[in-house]
Ligand binder design. Structure first.
Ligand code: THG
Length: 800
């Protein structure tokens, strides 16, 4: 088979990186087109200020940034002056400590600095204003246009064609497949088109009928005249790049002047349709006229932080356009509708080479092995998240929040509410505190449960962990184990998989054997061809050719849909149905009188159709909280009736409604993993402690060959740690002074009376009673490896 022909649209930092990485892997039938000149095309790369700060809460983003730095250094397109983030408020100082933790978790060297040490790194700083700093030695200044040039040069040497001044007019498709790109200079045939068009991306995507949830926003970048203290500086930059996040500002040197970037001004979105063409634009299409009024506060704050700028002036500035998304993450992957149409969009210079590498691996190998991309996948979105109003509102809000301190549980505030379960009215009556997930309003706890606190000692966590928290969370968790609770599970993604080929299909896509009797429920994994975990799912056989799959999100729908043969249907039934988990030792006492189905005969991990009062339901006997009970599903129209029926019957059994806070705590006590947090595509089932869900001898399935090659022996393990203090996730784990791993999920275990933190650790340290530390702000918290599960290892609760 010959390599496919690829057309890359856009010769900015992403397109250039991709051309280089593809050709390095032997794909040379590659054409890069751009409407502008090359290497300065007029897009965002051409005006990018070039600051590369690598530290990010996302492991993937940090790793893609690190790769970009390494590559740009090699390409002589990077000035590694270091990065300095300073704090001028106590909250920011704490945040810098949290970021230092992320750096340790993801393996980047950083140093927390005193005010004096900060000033020693950057002498323009006012010592009196700075409370501390975070120094990242490997950060620095990218020369984006030079990097584009260097990467395109390498690609050209390998045979890649680069065509400047080719404006894309349309994408040719045939039968749902890409066949070529029509430009103003003629047509270029293609098997694969990759849209790396940055701020023009939505326009290009629309040519194949695809909504790209990206908003171009103008961002102010100003340059001072000479700053006296920099006079005579002959190198472009000698001090580290600087961030003053408390005032939404960043700085870089350019000889004796300073560049100042500002995120504090009003969001200035621009419709992709209003971006000027290369020839119509005064400077370049991605550069709009500077609006000095929007910069007034920035200049005042600058003079305070960097007093020597007081005698300088702002001499020039731009409002430069670049891409924002609804969740701060890039958009990568293949369209669900048009085969061969790929995007690599909403990528900043910081991550560009990493994204180029990821895309090349994905295209050439069928998956990306260097980075876990589930947070970046273009198919991650729920339908409402593609609505133009949503895309715009979230893009603008994310501009405002770029430098804000965001708590891990902090929900978006607008637009809300979007999706409400049929139980919503009752939840409001019970004074639920709602957070948000996938658009769903999701109760974290119910204030109406405050009386449950009587006679209980619920420990209060530290200040940070106590946000979006109430002691009621603990009371709900304990009451679940004592009596019975209703959990709204409607947000759990549900797919119907049906048709003559359904059994064979699911056996090929999952690690389990689903060819069991009607009524069986199978917990198993979706693996990629390399054996990495794509998801963990429950597969309930509701009929000979009919299955309900409990999944983790839209990517599972996409994965199944992509692989499905013509005799299998895959349908997302989440929105048309609802689910309530009824769990606790008194669950059977509550539900049995409401149904003629013998619930004792319905064994653990079995399911059935039944009636609860007047409500037709599907009941699955399983429990993420580790208690006796069922997930009870019905159609959305009957949801409220179901809730009311259970609620009324539950009054004699001490029923409560319980929220997500309790749910997470109980889940961790039971040791159940959560995809995306505890394990991702980077991990195989054995490392994640999920080897039991892999039936290697059932016949072939996606990932089997890779698992056989990898073997079951592991060098790292997802490990249960016990602590005295609650952490939040993503903190580094230390063995002495050495960072050896990172926390995934964490919560207080209210019924075991300990803090729980799951963490990825070297296998050699994953042994019970191993003593370690977790880095949490400025503390080192004692942690001890524990045997799991912490709760009910004999499974008496679930099987009772
Ligand atoms: N309910 C349903 N589907 C789901 C989830 C759910 N799909 C996504 C996610 N949650 C899957 N995660 C789990 C994790 C653990 C279990 C179920 C779903 C579980 N495990 C038992 C154990 O590990 O002991 C049983 C394993 C077995 O018997 O094979 O229950 O919450 N519908």
């Amino acid at each position: 088979m010959t390599d496919p022909s690829v057309v890359i649209i856009g010769a900015g930092v992403v397109g250039a990186a991709l051309a280089d990485e593809l050709s390095a892997r032997g794909w040379t039938d590659v054409t890069v087109v751009d409407q502008g000149d090359v290497p300065a095309t007029g897009g965002s790369s051409s005006h990018a200020p070039g600051l590369v700060f690598q530290i990010n809460g996302s492991k993937t983003m940090t790793e893609m940034a690190r790769y970009t730095v390494e590559k740009f250094v090699e390409l002589d397109s990077f000035s590694q002056v270091g990065g300095l983030e300073v704090a001028t408020t106590p909250e920011r100082l704490a945040e810098l400590r949290r970021r230092h933790g992320w750096a340790a978790s993801w393996g980047i060297e950083t140093h927390l600095l005193s005010p004096e040490e900060s000033v020693a790194k950057h002498s323009l700083l006012d010592a009196g204003k700075v409370l501390g700093g975070l120094f990242i030695p490997t950060d620095g200044l990218a020369k984006a246009v030079k990097a584009v040039d260097a990467q395109l040069a390498r690609a050209r040497e390998r045979g890649v064609r680069v065509l400047p001044r080719h404006e894309v007019l349309n994408i040719r498709t045939d039968g749902g497949r890409v066949t070529g790109v029509l430009t103003d200079q003629g047509e270029i045939p293609a098997d694969i088109v990759v849209c790396c068009a940055g701020i023009w991306g939505p326009r290009v995507a629309r040519m194949v009928g695809m909504e790209l949830p990206l908003t171009p926003l103008a961002h102010q970048l100003a340059w001072t005249g000479q700053v006296p203290e920099l006079a005579g500086q002959t190198v472009e930059a000698s001090r580290p790049i600087l961030r003053h996040q408390d005032a939404d500002l960043y700085y870089r040197e350019r000889f004796d002047t300073l560049g100042i970037g500002y995120y504090g001004h009003r969001p200035m979105p621009v419709s992709p349709d209003d971006i000027l063409s290369v020839d119509a634009a005064e400077v370049m299409p991605s550069v709009l006229a500077f609006t000095p009024d929007d910069f007034a506060d920035a200049w005042r704050e600058t003079q305070e932080l960097l007093p020597s700028t007081s005698s300088a002036k702002v001499e020039e500035g731009i409002n430069g356009l670049f891409s924002f998304t609804t969740d701060h993450m890039p958009l990568m992957g293949e369209s669900r509708e048009v085969i061969g149409f790929w995007v690599a969009e909403a990528v900043w210079v910081t991550h560009s080479a990493g994204v180029g590498r990821a895309m090349a691996e994905w295209l050439v190998d069928g998956h990306c092995s260097s980075f876990d991309l589930h947070e970046c996948d273009i198919n991650r979105f729920e339908p409402h998240q593609l609505a133009p109003g949503y895309v715009l509102a979230r893009g603008c809000q994310n501009y405002v929040e770029v430098y804000d301190i965001i708590h891990p549980l902090q929900p978006m505030e607008d637009p809300r509410p979007l999706r409400t379960s049929p139980f919503y009215a009752r939840q409001q009556e019970l004074d639920a505190r709602f957070l948000e997930a996938g658009g769903w309003e999701r109760p974290q706890w119910y204030s109406a449960n405050a009386p449950l606190l009587q006679g209980r000692e619920i420990p209060t966590p530290g200040e940070w962990a106590a946000q979006y928290w109430s002691p009621i969370v603990g009371a709900e968790a304990q009451a679940t184990r004592e009596a019975v609770a209703l959990y709204d599970m409607t947000a759990l993604k549900r797919l119907e998989v049906s048709g003559p080929g359904a059994v064979a299909f699911l056996n090929r896509l999952t690690t389990g054997d689903v060819d069991k009797s009607v009524g069986s429920v199978t917990y198993c994994l979706l693996l990629d061809t390399d054996g990495g975990i794509r998801s963990d799912v429950t597969v309930a056989r509701l009929g000979p050719q009919e299955f309900q799959v409990g999944a983790n999100g839209n990517l599972d729908l996409d994965w199944l849909d992509r692989h499905r043969p013509a005799d299998v249907h895959v349908r997302d039934i989440t929105a048309g149905t609802c689910c309530v988990g009824v769990w606790g030792p008194r669950a059977r006492g509550l539900v049995q009188p409401l149904t003629s189905t013998d619930l004792t005969a319905l064994r653990y991990f079995r399911g059935t159709r039944a009636y609860i009062g007047n409500v037709p339901v599907t009941m699955l006997r399983l429990s993420y909280v580790g208690e006796l009970g069922w997930e009870i599903y019905t159609t959305a129209d009957m949801g409220l009736k179901l809730w009311d029926t259970l609620w009324k019957a539950g009054q004699d059994h001490g029923v409560i409604a319980a929220g997500r806070g309790a749910f997470t705590s109980l889940r961790l006590e039971k040791g159940y993993r959560s995809f995306g947090t505890d394990m991702t595509h980077e991990h195989d089932p054995y490392e994640a402690g999920l080897g039991f869900a892999v039936k290697l001898d059932k016949g072939d399935f996606i990932g089997r060959e890779a698992l056989l090659a990898r073997g079951e022996s592991v060098t790292r393990r997802l490990t249960c740690l016990l602590t005295d203090e609650v952490v939040m996730g993503r903190e580094p784990v230390y063995d002495g002074e050495r960072a050896v791993g990172y926390v995934t999920s964490a919560a207080y275990g209210y019924t075991i009376g300990k803090g729980i933190a799951y963490a990825w650790l070297p296998a050699s340290l994953a042994n019970p009673r191993q003593a370690l530390h977790i880095g949490y702000f400025d503390q080192r918290i004692d942690a001890v490896v524990a045997e799991e599960p912490l709760f009910d290892p004999a499974m008496q609760r679930l099987r009772g």
